[in-house]
Design a protein. Structure first.
Length: 179
């Protein structure tokens, strides 16, 4: 079978050029459409990222303000903790006087009277002056105080009979243990 082309070459050429122009126009339209969609997508992403960045910067400034306010609170907490440590140190060095005095008073026999009592915490010494009806009562006092958890190495070197009180006066010295 044979085909005879009866279209003149000029028209054929015009049709060919129209066909090519249509393809080029369609291609340009599609490319322009793709570029437009890409541009819109990039613009949308840029807008979204700018909004996220603005929100993040606002949150950051709020967080920095909170941190600044927390720094003053942290300084206050550190100051309070330092004061608490000082108080704890003072309390641990503090002597429970009620218990110590009760223990001391319960150690004194009825026949002994303490006139002067001196406790030196720096040197951890105790000295006392008093009178007792007998030397035996003074020795009982010494033994009871040595048995106490607050005093140790108590001794009295001499005791002298005083006719004014009709009793023995004594001086006793020893060591104090911190409790």
């Amino acid at each position: 079978m044979s085909v005879i082309n009866l279209i003149p070459p000029k028209i054929k050429r015009e049709q060919y050029i129209k066909k090519i122009a249509g393809i080029v126009f369609s291609s340009l339209f599609v490319m322009t459409l793709i570029l437009l969609i890409t541009f819109i997508a990039i613009y949308g992403i840029n807008y979204y990222l700018e909004q996220v960045l603005a929100n993040t910067e606002q949150e950051l400034s709020e967080a920095e303000a909170k941190v600044a306010s927390l720094e003053t609170i942290e300084e206050d907490v550190n100051t309070i903790n330092a004061k608490i440590k000082k108080i704890d140190g003072i309390m641990s060095d503090n002597v429970n006087w009620d218990v110590m005095i009760n223990d001391f008073n319960s150690s004194i026999p009825d026949q002994v009277k303490i006139n002067i009592l001196t406790i030196d915490w720096e040197n951890q010494t105790i000295s006392m002056t008093g009178i007792g009806e007998t030397r035996r009562e003074i020795v009982k006092l010494q033994e009871k105080l040595n048995a106490s958890s607050y005093f140790e190495n108590l001794n009295f070197s001499t005791s002298a009979y005083t006719s004014t009180y009709e009793a023995y006066s004594f001086n006793m010295t020893g060591e104090v243990t911190k409790q």
